[in-house]
Design a protein around this ligand. Structure first.
Ligand code: NAP
Length: 382
Protein backbone atom coordinates (compact mmCIF):
# COMPACT_ATOMS: atom_id res chain seq x y z
CA UNK A 1 0.00 0.00 0.00
CA UNK A 2 1.30 3.45 -0.94
CA UNK A 3 0.82 5.92 1.86
CA UNK A 4 1.10 9.67 2.37
CA UNK A 5 1.35 11.15 5.83
CA UNK A 6 -0.03 14.47 7.15
CA UNK A 7 2.25 15.73 9.94
CA UNK A 8 5.88 14.98 10.70
CA UNK A 9 6.06 15.22 14.49
CA UNK A 10 6.38 12.57 17.19
CA UNK A 11 4.00 10.04 15.64
CA UNK A 12 4.53 11.14 12.01
CA UNK A 13 8.28 10.44 12.09
CA UNK A 14 7.55 7.01 13.61
CA UNK A 15 4.97 6.18 10.94
CA UNK A 16 7.34 7.23 8.14
CA UNK A 17 10.21 5.15 9.44
CA UNK A 18 7.96 2.11 10.01
CA UNK A 19 6.52 2.49 6.49
CA UNK A 20 10.03 2.39 5.04
CA UNK A 21 10.72 -0.91 6.81
CA UNK A 22 7.31 -2.61 6.44
CA UNK A 23 6.76 -5.24 3.78
CA UNK A 24 4.14 -4.24 1.22
CA UNK A 25 4.12 -0.58 2.37
CA UNK A 26 5.61 2.43 0.66
CA UNK A 27 5.90 6.03 1.81
CA UNK A 28 4.84 8.48 -0.90
CA UNK A 29 4.63 12.03 0.47
CA UNK A 30 4.63 13.82 3.80
CA UNK A 31 2.70 17.04 4.41
CA UNK A 32 4.68 19.62 6.40
CA UNK A 33 4.11 23.30 7.08
CA UNK A 34 5.07 25.86 4.40
CA UNK A 35 8.84 26.44 4.37
CA UNK A 36 9.61 23.05 5.99
CA UNK A 37 9.75 20.91 2.81
CA UNK A 38 13.51 20.23 2.97
CA UNK A 39 13.36 16.79 1.25
CA UNK A 40 11.82 15.81 -2.11
CA UNK A 41 9.13 13.64 -0.44
CA UNK A 42 7.94 16.52 1.75
CA UNK A 43 5.16 18.72 0.37
CA UNK A 44 3.25 21.72 1.72
CA UNK A 45 -0.17 21.33 0.14
CA UNK A 46 -2.89 18.76 0.72
CA UNK A 47 -3.93 19.22 -2.93
CA UNK A 48 -0.61 17.74 -4.03
CA UNK A 49 -1.30 14.61 -1.96
CA UNK A 50 -4.90 14.32 -3.13
CA UNK A 51 -3.76 14.67 -6.75
CA UNK A 52 -1.07 12.01 -6.36
CA UNK A 53 -2.60 9.01 -8.13
CA UNK A 54 -0.15 6.61 -6.49
CA UNK A 55 -1.24 7.48 -2.93
CA UNK A 56 -3.80 4.90 -1.79
CA UNK A 57 -4.07 5.86 1.89
CA UNK A 58 -3.55 9.07 3.85
CA UNK A 59 -2.46 8.98 7.50
CA UNK A 60 -3.34 12.05 9.59
CA UNK A 61 -1.01 12.59 12.57
CA UNK A 62 -1.11 16.39 12.90
CA UNK A 63 -3.55 16.66 15.82
CA UNK A 64 -6.43 19.12 16.39
CA UNK A 65 -9.76 19.26 14.62
CA UNK A 66 -8.89 21.79 11.91
CA UNK A 67 -7.32 21.65 9.41
CA UNK A 68 -7.11 17.88 10.05
CA UNK A 69 -10.83 17.45 9.27
CA UNK A 70 -10.71 19.45 6.03
CA UNK A 71 -7.54 17.66 4.90
CA UNK A 72 -8.84 14.13 5.64
CA UNK A 73 -12.19 14.99 4.04
CA UNK A 74 -10.37 16.10 0.89
CA UNK A 75 -8.34 12.86 0.89
CA UNK A 76 -11.50 10.72 1.28
CA UNK A 77 -13.22 12.64 -1.53
CA UNK A 78 -10.15 11.96 -3.68
CA UNK A 79 -10.70 8.22 -3.09
CA UNK A 80 -7.89 7.66 -0.54
CA UNK A 81 -8.34 5.52 2.58
CA UNK A 82 -7.96 7.53 5.81
CA UNK A 83 -6.20 6.52 9.02
CA UNK A 84 -5.77 8.80 12.01
CA UNK A 85 -4.31 8.76 15.53
CA UNK A 86 -6.23 11.93 16.41
CA UNK A 87 -8.85 11.30 19.15
CA UNK A 88 -9.96 14.95 19.24
CA UNK A 89 -10.75 14.76 15.53
CA UNK A 90 -12.67 11.46 15.72
CA UNK A 91 -14.57 12.55 18.84
CA UNK A 92 -15.62 15.77 17.07
CA UNK A 93 -16.03 14.65 13.47
CA UNK A 94 -15.96 10.84 13.38
CA UNK A 95 -19.51 10.34 11.99
CA UNK A 96 -18.88 12.81 9.14
CA UNK A 97 -15.61 11.09 8.21
CA UNK A 98 -17.23 7.63 8.38
CA UNK A 99 -19.98 8.85 6.04
CA UNK A 100 -17.52 10.35 3.57
CA UNK A 101 -15.49 7.13 3.57
CA UNK A 102 -18.60 5.08 2.80
CA UNK A 103 -19.74 7.46 0.05
CA UNK A 104 -16.35 7.27 -1.60
CA UNK A 105 -15.92 3.50 -1.24
CA UNK A 106 -12.80 3.74 0.95
CA UNK A 107 -11.85 2.94 4.55
CA UNK A 108 -11.57 5.04 7.71
CA UNK A 109 -9.74 3.54 10.71
CA UNK A 110 -8.50 5.12 13.95
CA UNK A 111 -7.07 2.45 16.29
CA UNK A 112 -4.15 4.64 17.35
CA UNK A 113 -6.56 7.26 18.72
CA UNK A 114 -7.57 5.02 21.61
CA UNK A 115 -4.98 3.08 23.59
CA UNK A 116 -1.86 3.65 21.44
CA UNK A 117 -0.31 0.27 20.66
CA UNK A 118 -3.05 -1.61 22.53
CA UNK A 119 -5.27 -3.17 19.83
CA UNK A 120 -8.46 -2.08 21.58
CA UNK A 121 -10.64 -0.65 18.82
CA UNK A 122 -9.23 -3.16 16.33
CA UNK A 123 -10.47 -6.06 18.50
CA UNK A 124 -13.66 -4.31 19.49
CA UNK A 125 -14.59 -3.68 15.85
CA UNK A 126 -14.11 -7.40 15.18
CA UNK A 127 -15.98 -8.46 18.32
CA UNK A 128 -19.13 -6.42 17.58
CA UNK A 129 -19.64 -8.43 14.41
CA UNK A 130 -20.35 -11.60 16.39
CA UNK A 131 -20.99 -10.69 20.04
CA UNK A 132 -22.99 -8.19 22.09
CA UNK A 133 -20.66 -5.86 23.95
CA UNK A 134 -21.84 -5.38 27.51
CA UNK A 135 -19.20 -2.86 28.61
CA UNK A 136 -16.05 -1.08 27.48
CA UNK A 137 -13.42 0.74 29.49
CA UNK A 138 -10.19 0.40 31.41
CA UNK A 139 -7.13 2.52 32.04
CA UNK A 140 -6.74 4.64 28.91
CA UNK A 141 -4.46 7.44 30.10
CA UNK A 142 -0.83 6.53 30.70
CA UNK A 143 0.12 9.87 32.24
CA UNK A 144 -2.32 9.62 35.13
CA UNK A 145 -1.53 5.93 35.62
CA UNK A 146 2.15 6.85 35.90
CA UNK A 147 1.35 9.54 38.46
CA UNK A 148 -0.94 7.36 40.59
CA UNK A 149 1.55 4.49 40.47
CA UNK A 150 4.38 6.85 41.52
CA UNK A 151 2.30 8.16 44.42
CA UNK A 152 1.44 4.65 45.57
CA UNK A 153 4.61 2.62 45.07
CA UNK A 154 7.18 5.40 45.45
CA UNK A 155 5.47 7.57 48.05
CA UNK A 156 5.54 10.73 45.91
CA UNK A 157 3.07 13.54 46.42
CA UNK A 158 0.91 14.79 43.52
CA UNK A 159 3.28 17.64 42.55
CA UNK A 160 6.38 15.42 42.52
CA UNK A 161 4.61 12.76 40.44
CA UNK A 162 3.44 15.35 37.92
CA UNK A 163 6.90 16.90 37.66
CA UNK A 164 8.47 13.52 36.93
CA UNK A 165 5.76 12.68 34.35
CA UNK A 166 6.57 15.98 32.61
CA UNK A 167 10.35 15.38 32.78
CA UNK A 168 9.88 11.96 31.16
CA UNK A 169 7.70 13.45 28.38
CA UNK A 170 4.53 11.62 29.53
CA UNK A 171 2.72 14.80 30.55
CA UNK A 172 2.46 18.04 28.57
CA UNK A 173 3.59 21.37 30.03
CA UNK A 174 -0.16 22.00 30.49
CA UNK A 175 -1.32 18.64 31.88
CA UNK A 176 -5.00 19.60 32.25
CA UNK A 177 -6.39 17.26 29.57
CA UNK A 178 -4.70 14.27 31.22
CA UNK A 179 -5.24 14.97 34.93
CA UNK A 180 -8.84 16.17 34.45
CA UNK A 181 -9.74 12.89 32.70
CA UNK A 182 -10.68 14.66 29.43
CA UNK A 183 -8.15 12.71 27.35
CA UNK A 184 -9.51 9.42 28.71
CA UNK A 185 -13.08 10.61 28.12
CA UNK A 186 -12.44 11.21 24.43
CA UNK A 187 -11.19 7.64 24.17
CA UNK A 188 -14.29 6.16 25.79
CA UNK A 189 -16.40 8.22 23.36
CA UNK A 190 -14.66 6.42 20.50
CA UNK A 191 -14.98 3.00 22.14
CA UNK A 192 -18.76 3.55 22.61
CA UNK A 193 -19.09 4.57 18.96
CA UNK A 194 -17.36 1.36 17.87
CA UNK A 195 -19.19 -0.90 20.35
CA UNK A 196 -22.70 0.59 20.17
CA UNK A 197 -22.83 2.70 16.99
CA UNK A 198 -23.63 5.69 19.22
CA UNK A 199 -21.15 8.50 19.87
CA UNK A 200 -21.84 10.10 23.26
CA UNK A 201 -21.06 13.82 23.05
CA UNK A 202 -22.58 15.39 26.17
CA UNK A 203 -23.95 14.49 29.58
CA UNK A 204 -20.68 12.93 30.76
CA UNK A 205 -19.60 12.42 34.37
CA UNK A 206 -15.94 13.40 34.54
CA UNK A 207 -13.61 13.30 37.53
CA UNK A 208 -9.82 13.24 37.16
CA UNK A 209 -7.08 12.79 39.71
CA UNK A 210 -6.50 16.42 40.74
CA UNK A 211 -8.06 15.99 44.20
CA UNK A 212 -6.02 13.03 45.43
CA UNK A 213 -3.44 13.74 48.14
CA UNK A 214 -0.55 11.72 49.54
CA UNK A 215 -2.57 11.34 52.77
CA UNK A 216 -5.49 9.82 50.81
CA UNK A 217 -3.09 7.36 49.19
CA UNK A 218 -1.64 6.32 52.56
CA UNK A 219 -5.15 5.87 53.93
CA UNK A 220 -6.49 3.54 51.28
CA UNK A 221 -3.16 1.71 50.99
CA UNK A 222 -3.58 0.81 54.67
CA UNK A 223 -6.83 -0.89 53.59
CA UNK A 224 -5.11 -2.92 50.81
CA UNK A 225 -6.65 -0.80 48.02
CA UNK A 226 -5.05 0.60 44.85
CA UNK A 227 -6.23 3.76 43.03
CA UNK A 228 -6.61 3.87 39.26
CA UNK A 229 -8.32 6.33 36.89
CA UNK A 230 -10.87 4.22 35.01
CA UNK A 231 -13.08 5.00 32.05
CA UNK A 232 -16.37 3.17 31.62
CA UNK A 233 -18.94 2.87 28.86
CA UNK A 234 -21.93 0.68 28.26
CA UNK A 235 -25.46 0.45 26.91
CA UNK A 236 -28.64 -0.18 28.92
CA UNK A 237 -31.28 -2.70 27.80
CA UNK A 238 -33.33 0.21 26.42
CA UNK A 239 -30.42 1.64 24.41
CA UNK A 240 -29.13 4.44 26.67
CA UNK A 241 -25.35 4.97 26.64
CA UNK A 242 -23.34 5.56 29.80
CA UNK A 243 -19.87 7.10 29.54
CA UNK A 244 -17.86 8.34 32.51
CA UNK A 245 -14.38 8.77 33.92
CA UNK A 246 -13.62 8.53 37.63
CA UNK A 247 -10.93 7.37 40.04
CA UNK A 248 -11.61 3.86 41.32
CA UNK A 249 -10.31 1.96 44.31
CA UNK A 250 -9.56 -1.64 43.55
CA UNK A 251 -8.35 -4.66 45.41
CA UNK A 252 -4.57 -5.00 45.06
CA UNK A 253 -5.12 -8.41 43.39
CA UNK A 254 -7.31 -6.94 40.58
CA UNK A 255 -6.00 -6.83 36.97
CA UNK A 256 -6.16 -3.02 37.03
CA UNK A 257 -3.84 -2.88 40.05
CA UNK A 258 -1.17 -4.76 38.11
CA UNK A 259 -1.05 -2.02 35.43
CA UNK A 260 2.06 -0.06 36.39
CA UNK A 261 3.93 3.04 35.21
CA UNK A 262 2.45 4.59 32.05
CA UNK A 263 0.86 1.43 30.67
CA UNK A 264 -2.75 1.25 29.46
CA UNK A 265 -5.28 -1.50 30.02
CA UNK A 266 -8.28 -1.73 27.69
CA UNK A 267 -11.13 -3.96 28.68
CA UNK A 268 -14.37 -5.06 27.11
CA UNK A 269 -16.96 -7.60 28.15
CA UNK A 270 -18.75 -9.56 25.44
CA UNK A 271 -21.95 -11.42 26.23
CA UNK A 272 -20.31 -14.61 24.99
CA UNK A 273 -16.58 -13.87 25.23
CA UNK A 274 -16.68 -12.59 28.82
CA UNK A 275 -13.93 -10.16 29.84
CA UNK A 276 -11.17 -9.45 27.34
CA UNK A 277 -8.23 -7.49 28.74
CA UNK A 278 -5.43 -5.95 26.68
CA UNK A 279 -2.37 -4.29 28.24
CA UNK A 280 0.35 -2.29 26.50
CA UNK A 281 1.87 1.10 25.77
CA UNK A 282 -0.83 3.70 25.22
CA UNK A 283 1.40 6.39 23.73
CA UNK A 284 4.88 7.14 22.40
CA UNK A 285 6.32 7.43 18.89
CA UNK A 286 6.64 3.78 17.93
CA UNK A 287 3.82 2.26 19.98
CA UNK A 288 1.39 4.75 18.38
CA UNK A 289 2.93 4.34 14.91
CA UNK A 290 2.55 0.56 15.27
CA UNK A 291 -1.23 1.01 15.66
CA UNK A 292 -1.31 3.18 12.52
CA UNK A 293 0.57 0.49 10.61
CA UNK A 294 -1.87 -2.13 11.94
CA UNK A 295 -4.77 -0.09 10.51
CA UNK A 296 -2.97 0.19 7.16
CA UNK A 297 -2.46 -3.55 7.18
CA UNK A 298 -6.19 -4.02 7.99
CA UNK A 299 -7.02 -1.88 4.96
CA UNK A 300 -4.92 -4.11 2.72
CA UNK A 301 -6.96 -7.06 4.04
CA UNK A 302 -10.26 -5.33 3.22
CA UNK A 303 -11.20 -4.18 6.74
CA UNK A 304 -12.47 -0.65 6.19
CA UNK A 305 -14.78 0.31 9.01
CA UNK A 306 -14.54 1.00 12.72
CA UNK A 307 -17.35 3.53 12.98
CA UNK A 308 -20.41 2.97 10.81
CA UNK A 309 -21.72 5.78 8.61
CA UNK A 310 -25.01 5.43 10.54
CA UNK A 311 -23.28 6.22 13.89
CA UNK A 312 -25.46 8.75 15.74
CA UNK A 313 -24.53 11.34 18.32
CA UNK A 314 -26.27 10.91 21.68
CA UNK A 315 -26.18 12.39 25.19
CA UNK A 316 -24.67 10.08 27.79
CA UNK A 317 -26.96 8.98 30.61
CA UNK A 318 -25.05 7.94 33.72
CA UNK A 319 -28.11 7.52 35.93
CA UNK A 320 -28.50 3.79 35.31
CA UNK A 321 -25.00 2.88 36.58
CA UNK A 322 -24.43 2.82 40.32
CA UNK A 323 -21.32 2.62 42.53
CA UNK A 324 -20.39 2.76 46.18
CA UNK A 325 -17.95 5.63 46.71
CA UNK A 326 -15.00 6.19 49.03
CA UNK A 327 -15.12 9.86 50.02
CA UNK A 328 -12.90 12.26 51.99
CA UNK A 329 -14.33 15.65 52.88
CA UNK A 330 -14.62 18.17 55.70
CA UNK A 331 -16.43 16.78 58.75
CA UNK A 332 -18.97 19.61 58.62
CA UNK A 333 -20.28 18.44 55.22
CA UNK A 334 -20.51 14.73 55.98
CA UNK A 335 -24.33 14.79 56.14
CA UNK A 336 -24.50 15.89 52.50
CA UNK A 337 -23.67 12.39 51.29
CA UNK A 338 -25.34 9.00 51.94
CA UNK A 339 -22.53 7.37 53.92
CA UNK A 340 -22.99 3.70 54.78
CA UNK A 341 -19.92 3.86 57.03
CA UNK A 342 -17.57 6.67 57.99
CA UNK A 343 -14.78 7.55 60.40
CA UNK A 344 -13.42 10.85 61.70
CA UNK A 345 -9.85 11.79 60.73
CA UNK A 346 -9.15 15.10 62.54
CA UNK A 347 -11.12 17.81 60.71
CA UNK A 348 -12.00 15.33 57.97
CA UNK A 349 -14.37 12.45 57.49
CA UNK A 350 -13.47 9.40 55.43
CA UNK A 351 -16.06 6.82 54.54
CA UNK A 352 -17.92 4.75 51.98
CA UNK A 353 -21.34 5.66 50.63
CA UNK A 354 -24.28 3.49 49.83
CA UNK A 355 -24.78 2.63 46.16
CA UNK A 356 -25.44 5.90 44.27
CA UNK A 357 -26.08 6.55 40.55
CA UNK A 358 -22.84 7.80 38.95
CA UNK A 359 -24.44 11.00 37.61
CA UNK A 360 -25.95 11.79 41.02
CA UNK A 361 -22.66 11.34 42.88
CA UNK A 362 -20.77 13.59 40.46
CA UNK A 363 -23.52 16.23 40.74
CA UNK A 364 -23.51 16.09 44.56
CA UNK A 365 -19.73 16.55 44.71
CA UNK A 366 -19.90 19.40 42.19
CA UNK A 367 -22.43 21.18 44.44
CA UNK A 368 -20.22 20.62 47.51
CA UNK A 369 -17.20 22.03 45.71
CA UNK A 370 -19.20 25.04 44.54
CA UNK A 371 -19.95 25.73 48.20
CA UNK A 372 -16.18 25.71 48.90
CA UNK A 373 -15.78 22.15 50.21
CA UNK A 374 -12.67 20.13 49.24
CA UNK A 375 -13.71 16.59 48.31
CA UNK A 376 -11.92 13.49 47.05
CA UNK A 377 -14.04 10.60 45.84
CA UNK A 378 -13.41 7.30 44.10
CA UNK A 379 -15.71 4.45 43.11
CA UNK A 380 -15.16 1.28 45.10
CA UNK A 381 -15.20 -0.88 41.96
CA UNK A 382 -14.44 -0.56 38.29
N1 NAP B 1 2.47 11.37 20.84
C1 NAP B 1 1.79 10.30 21.23
O1 NAP B 1 2.28 9.45 21.99
C2 NAP B 1 0.40 10.06 20.72
C3 NAP B 1 -0.29 8.89 21.09
C4 NAP B 1 -1.56 8.63 20.60
C5 NAP B 1 -2.16 9.57 19.77
N2 NAP B 1 -1.49 10.71 19.45
C6 NAP B 1 -2.16 11.67 18.57
O2 NAP B 1 -1.44 11.76 17.35
C7 NAP B 1 -1.53 13.09 16.83
C8 NAP B 1 -0.10 13.63 16.62
O3 NAP B 1 0.55 13.66 17.87
P1 NAP B 1 2.11 13.99 17.97
O4 NAP B 1 2.49 13.69 19.37
O5 NAP B 1 2.86 13.35 16.85
O6 NAP B 1 2.08 15.58 17.77
P2 NAP B 1 3.31 16.51 17.35
O7 NAP B 1 4.60 15.94 17.79
O8 NAP B 1 2.95 17.89 17.77
O9 NAP B 1 3.27 16.44 15.75
C9 NAP B 1 2.30 17.04 14.96
C10 NAP B 1 2.97 17.48 13.68
O10 NAP B 1 1.98 17.91 12.76
C11 NAP B 1 2.44 19.13 12.22
N3 NAP B 1 1.31 19.94 11.78
C12 NAP B 1 0.32 20.44 12.55
N4 NAP B 1 -0.51 21.16 11.78
C13 NAP B 1 -0.02 21.11 10.53
C14 NAP B 1 -0.44 21.65 9.30
N5 NAP B 1 -1.52 22.42 9.20
N6 NAP B 1 0.30 21.38 8.20
C15 NAP B 1 1.41 20.61 8.28
N7 NAP B 1 1.85 20.05 9.41
C16 NAP B 1 1.13 20.32 10.52
C17 NAP B 1 3.23 19.82 13.34
O11 NAP B 1 4.08 20.77 12.80
P3 NAP B 1 4.68 21.95 13.75
O12 NAP B 1 5.60 21.28 14.69
O13 NAP B 1 5.33 22.85 12.77
O14 NAP B 1 3.51 22.56 14.46
C18 NAP B 1 3.97 18.62 13.90
O15 NAP B 1 5.15 18.35 13.21
C19 NAP B 1 -2.36 13.87 17.85
O16 NAP B 1 -3.70 13.86 17.43
C20 NAP B 1 -2.23 13.07 19.13
O17 NAP B 1 -3.35 13.21 19.99
C21 NAP B 1 -0.23 10.96 19.90
Amino acid sequence: MKVSVLGYGTVGVGVCSMLEAAEGMELRKVLVRPGKADKPFKVCSIEEICADEETEAVVEVMGGVEPAFSFLSAALRAGKHAVTSNKALVAAKGPELAKLAKENGVGFLFSAACGGAVPFLHNLALAVESDRILSVGGILNGTTNFMLDSMQRRGMDYGEALKEAQALGYAEADPTADVSGLDALRKIMLACAVAYNKLPCEGFSLEGIESVTAADVRHFQSKGLVLRLLVSGGMSEDGRICAYVQPCLLDSSSPEASVLKNFNMAKYRGENSGDIILIGQGAGRYPTASAVLRDLSDLTHGRREMMKDSCERVAADNSFCTCRYYVRLGAGSADALPFAEKERDGELVRGVTERVPVSEMHARVKALRESGEEVFFAAMEG
